[in-house]
Design a protein around this ligand. Sequence first.
Ligand code: COI
Length: 373
Amino acid sequence: TPALQPLSAAKLTIEKTADPKPLKEPHELVFGHTFTDHMLAIEWNSETGWDAPKITPYQNLSLDPATCVFHYGFECFEGMKAYKDANGDTRIFRGDRNMSRFNNSATRIALPTFDGEELLKAIAEFVKVDDRWVPRGQGYSLYLRPTLIGTQKTLGIGPTSSALLYVIASPVGPYYPTGFKAVSLWATTDKVRAWPGGFGNAKLGANYAPCVAPQVAAAQKGYHQNLWLFGEENYVTEVGTMNCFTAWVNEDGVKELITAPTTDGTILEGVTRDSVLDLARERLVPQGWAVSEKKYTMDQIKKAADEGRLLEMFGTGTAATCAPIKRVHYKGEDISVPLQPGKEAGPVAEQMQKWIMDIQYGVEEHKGWARHV
Ligand code: COI
């Protein structure tokens, strides 16, 4: 863990907008298109450290064209959500996990670290100020986007002497316009997302732009998303911008939920990934399931499918929670992934989606994961 630089939520100032925007109707919400009235911003420089957090009206940034974020990719971000529970209270889901990952990402690109608990307090204040923007109803939430950029104005490459941390918020509905609907995947075999010792485990903007061309290529072939593989073995790594889970009856005849391990730097430490693993260990293992964080290959999936042992596959992420998979194109062939009859998900994805949403919306309390703001 990196040494954290002091940041104090107690110094927070609030300047409210004189011109609040009209709210959108839930059905009008397209992921990441609408933003709330305010933003949270905290400046940093190498001499004085973190400045006082400020909540201000949502506004443009003004940056010199030489600013290092534009040239060398000094940017990392987080994705987290606030939910309205049945009492009308607002809860943030597992924000502590986002804060520690944010610090790890910042460290990877030599941006300053911060006290995550203090940032979370400031974010909670921001969510309170924009509380009318937290949509009600299952599937709806306020998506929070903490962002950290290097702001030094020089083309010289080195650690930045100034930075800006800001948080914007976007009311969102279901990530896929189709809702909880199974997606088809094209396994990308000519490009990799991440490599051991690289930075695929960090939530850097630099990991996302290169994902778009392969996703467009998959879409042109009629598939919803691409599946990322790694190495000659064709290890299954991630799906689009999500972690990937596979359920199968393994070679020992045991039902197993498997996902790639986060030990070599190729896999993002997803908060939903961690939540699925936690709930699977608590609730599926007693039913005889094995739960594994282990490398596995596309050929193993194909073999399992051929032998009728493939049970289901799904992606996990904050944006979509669980995204069931119905088909994977791999080396010229479509591998069918089972779904429940008449349904768009397998039983594990469906159950996980419900367990996680019940915790997010406060229907169930679990390990303090959904914290009141
Ligand atoms: C996810 O939550 O699954 C993401 O990767 C966020 C995406 C909008 C970048």
